[in-house]
Design a protein around this ligand. Structure first.
Ligand SMILES: Cc1cc2nc3c(=O)[nH]c(=O)nc-3n(C[C@H](O)[C@H](O)[C@H](O)COP(=O)(O)OP(=O)(O)OC[C@H]3O[C@@H](n4cnc5c(N)ncnc54)[C@H](O)[C@@H]3O)c2cc1C
Length: 523
């Protein structure tokens, strides 16, 4: 076998998977048919959940240094600012990163690509997957170099991170049902001045569509995204200058474009692969799902596909778990993709519908509803949880088990365990629980009861235990997320709750891990 995992595609999804496997000591190779890293910014928004994952990987500081924090989103209609969604304020008790980081996809790819060196890996550019064959114990991939020569490579598993036109998906015979939207998008990186609120997302809703202004690095630099007016949709030779009048008409005459460094138009699709796995091959990122960029979720969802699959692949490849663990990848991620498609579809339909009523609704009602809704605590929380992706959960997963007795509203199995600031030693300092959790292993959090000395012997260093001592500050902080009385939470390496209960019995942990395909004796 040449490698444990062959990753096809060096975009954000493939790079994340390669990093996650590398830091878990798994041999992986990453190839891409392109000549080098992408030069286009494409995705702009890095969501809080992605930053939490970046933090575990050790690249959050670099991303924060290069990006701009978008603390809020402003909704404009008919030349007036109608509402502001204060993301930073809403999210500050939910995540150490309560904002959308505005950082181009090219920068994200550069940071992830540079980090690969830590594990002795680098993307092999100009290397295209053209064929694959699978047997019961391996995948044989045929790779084509730029000069047309081919070579065969054997891997235990293959990860298709090769984008919307995925060769892996095609070679595996997996359908990609869905359809293109009739609208054509444009994207422009500009230098502009105008009424936009600096450093925040500005959304201009108008009768026939919308424009989004994302602040970029540098002064007066804005990424503008919108849909083309109908009369320009079929033009191949379009320039940004021809789009400017339509943008100014809606965003106001004060808007002044000084320069445009990149302009592109594109048609988007909404599609989801029928399966995310065919025997030893997996689909992740755009290869598995594509949807409208409304909401800035695309790149982030691919990164989280990779985070979900990486720890499972690592345990299986290193002999610490049975291959059945890999079945849970698509069981968990297909529902996430489907929900995403539905919500972005709905949001997109509202944003782009050409009908007179939709236009009126968009400009007169949406902003007012948003302004009112943002005064309601529940809606504010829901908005942050959805946009930031911290609300993604796997409650119906075969890996999720909630035992009886937990209070209503407490975190349950499948949820991302909430971000808490706790005292983890009596009279010790208050600590960030996310910093304490090691995402290379399972973490057991024991609350309101002593932690048993021996839990699941034979598990070796695959389990870390954190006992939360009785303390007034701890009680207050736990009550905020509705945890009261004795409780325990067994977190999977990706920070989602696997098993949750009240009184901890070591055999519950052992049974859960065995049922989750972890080989307890074999480590
Ligand atoms: C113009 C534009 C604007 C966008 N704006 C946003 C946005 O604002 N927010 C957002 O979240 N998303 C946005 N997206 C979507 C976002 O860019 C994608 O979700 C993201 O790139 C998906 O990453 P990926 O790694 O899964 O796939 P990709 O980035 O497509 O990477 C796939 C890689 O696989 C390689 N490859 C393909 N076939 C093969 C093969 N046979 N062998 C070897 N290599 C292969 C390709 O060269 C490519 O490098 C935008 C997309 C476009 C096009």
């Amino acid at each position: 076998m040449d490698t444990h995992v062959l990753i096809v595609g060096g975009g954000p999804t493939g790079l994340m998977l390669a990093n996650q496997l590398g830091r878990r000591g798994i041999r992986a190779m990453i190839v891409d048919k392109g000549p080098g890293p992408a030069q286009q910014t494409r995705a702009m928004g890095v969501q809080a959940r992605t930053l939490e994952i970046y933090s575990k990987l050790g690249i959050a500081d670099r991303a924060l240094e290069l990006g701009r924090r978008g603390n809020g989103a402003n909704l404009w209609a008919e030349g007036r600012r109608k509402a502001r969604i204060p993301l930073g304020e809403i999210g500050k008790s939910f995540s150490p990163f309560p904002y959308v980081l505005l950082l181009g996809q090219d920068d994200n790819e550069r940071i992830l690509g540079e980090h690969l060196r830590q594990w002795g890996m680098a993307v092999q550019w100009n290397t295209e997957l053209v064929l694959l064959e699978q047997t019961s114990d391996r995948v044989t991939a045929t790779l084509k170099a730029k000069d047309g020569t081919t070579r065969k490579l054997e891997a235990a598993y293959l990860a298709g991170c090769d984008g919307g036109h995925s060769t892996v998906r095609e070679l595996c015979g997996i359908g990609f049902p869905g359809a293109p939207y009739e609208h054509v998008f444009f994207v422009a990186d500009t230098e502009a001045t105008g009424p936009m609120v600096p450093d925040e997302l500005n959304v201009y809703l108008w009768r026939k569509g919308f424009h989004l202004f994302f602040p970029m690095r540098g002064s007066d630099r804005w990424r503008v995204i919108g849909i083309l007016p109908k009369r320009l949709r079929h033009r191949d030779d379009l320039t940004f200058d021809e789009v400017v009048p339509a943008v100014r008409r809606e965003a106001g005459a004060e808007l002044n474009f000084k320069q445009c460094s990149w302009f592109s138009t594109y048609r988007i699709h909404h599609r989801s692969a029928e399966r995310f796995r065919n025997r030893r091959c997996f689909l992740l990122g755009d290869a598995a799902h594509v949807h409208s960029p409304a909401g800035g979720q695309g790149m982030n969802t691919g990164l989280q596909d990779a985070y979900n699959l990486a720890w499972k692949l690592a345990l299986v490849v290193s002999g610490k778990a049975d291959a059945a663990l890999l079945d849970t990848y698509e069981a968990e991620r297909i529902p996430v993709a489907q929900r995403l498609l539905e919500t972005t579809d709905r949001a997109f339909a509202l944003l782009v519908s050409d009908s007179w009523f939709a236009g009126l609704f968009r400009t007169q009602i949406v902003a007012r509803i948003a302004a009112f809704a943002m005064t309601l605590e529940r809606v504010r929380r829901l908005a942050f949880r959805s946009i930031s992706q911290i609300g993604i959960r796997y409650r119906k997963s075969p890996l999720s088990r909630t035992l009886a007795g937990l209070p209503e509203g407490a975190p349950a199995a499948g949820d991302r365990f909430p971000w808490l600031l706790l005292r983890l030693r009596t009279n010790g300092p208050i600590e960030d629980i996310f910093q304490k959790m090691d995402d290379l292993r399972y973490n057991l959090i024991v609350i309101g009861q002593p932690a048993p000395p021996k839990i699941a012997p034979g598990l070796g260093d695959l389990l870390g235990t954190h006992a939360v001592p009785e303390d007034a500050d701890n009680t207050r902080e736990l009550a905020r997320v509705r945890i009261s009385g004795p409780a325990f939470y067994l977190l999977r390496p990706d920070g989602h709750v696997g098993l949750a209960g009240t009184r901890l019995q070591p055999h519950d942990i052992a049974r859960y891990l065995a049922e989750s395909h972890i080989r307890i004796g074999g480590m």
